[in-house]
Write a protein that binds this ligand. Sequence first.
Ligand SMILES: [Zn+2]
Length: 441
Amino acid sequence: MMAAHFDLVIRGGTCVLPWGMEQTSVGVRAGHIAALGVAADATAEQSIDATGLHVLPGLIDPHVHLRDPGDKAVESIPTGTRAAVLGGVTTVFDMPNTSPSITDAEHLAWKQGYAEASAWCDMGLYIGGTRTNIPHLASLEVGRGVCAIKVFAGSSTGDLMVEDDESLERVMRAGRRTIAYHSEDEYRLQARKKLFKSGEPYARHMEWRDEEAAFLGTRRLMALARKTARPAHILHVSTAEELDYLKDYRDIASVEVLVNHLTQVAPEAYETLKGYGVMNPPIRGRRHWEAAWAAVRDGTVDTIGSDHAPHSRAAKERPWPEVAAGLTGVQTLVPVMLDHVNAGRLSLARMVDLMCAGPARIYGLVGKGRLAAGYDADFTLVDMRRQRRIEEDWIASPCGWTPFAGMQITGWPVATIVRGQQVMREDEVLGTPVGRLAKFR
Ligand SMILES: [Zn+2]
């Protein structure tokens, strides 16, 4: 019998398979996983020695804002996806609150073509739900590469917002797929803003956008989701109260937690980071950090995201509350999570569950999220013993800063492979932008 031939074989690594860890080789053909366990006499065009490394399914960041169209001096699809692959991410889901926003077929068509011509990793695209595009949402949400409708039920960057129950219910009744929500109660945010003055300490951010603003938003959304039977993915859940409450809504709701809320704690974060610690929902106190980790451990959390949301340094250095909310994070997501694994806060298997299987399950992502025959040959190779400090000169986003600067990390992504093509090896970006639109059911 003729020996098998592959485009790429990854040998000697510890593969994180859905059914456990195994030291095995992976054979790739035509961009797909062709074999787990490759015979010794098999030949390959390319081979990677992964001895001493862990081979993970390509890690997914389901929550990024690549700001494109927008200000290229801050971020763009080419620069943000380059940052993603440098950080060990093979697929990003990009938010619609750009300028202009992605809320109609015309802008979606533009973004589909542009992403496929310029992205370094694969992409899913969110469509913004607004009051005016409700009649079109059912067709927009099944567009090519569309991961979900995103609804901003509380204010954030851009002009997208649907804050009242009547409009939210109409959005939920248009279409069938899971809707992703920014859940903070806009009315409470507006009412409380009057309690504070410009120039007060940055830590006021978590007092203004308090626990009840988030919890009230989530209670309202859950009532409407139950009423309409429309699945809801609550993005960046940030309070102990919501994490407890949402356990009773598993029939209709899923949960994202951000790496920031698992890593940064108030008030220290505001004292050291000032405006570079301001994001929505805010970084909160230790009680919520503990609840987020408990929710990772007990399975409440479905996905982990970075909410990569760059702004210029000038915008981050304005006084509170004029300071722009949002932090960079797509490039640091994997190192920071690997460090949490090494610190014993979660297992590598749970990290893969949260960053591969989770996004695939919640968004209906096709052909990604697990190492299995026939799936896309997306891999993140990580060295669990590598020690390195996060430095700002490593950050590929043009804005040039990270709220994790100076953090000492153990565990680092050393290679990124997208559909069988090596796009990053040891800090070097390789080849040309190969990104395509991900597929969703
Ligand atoms: Zn976001």
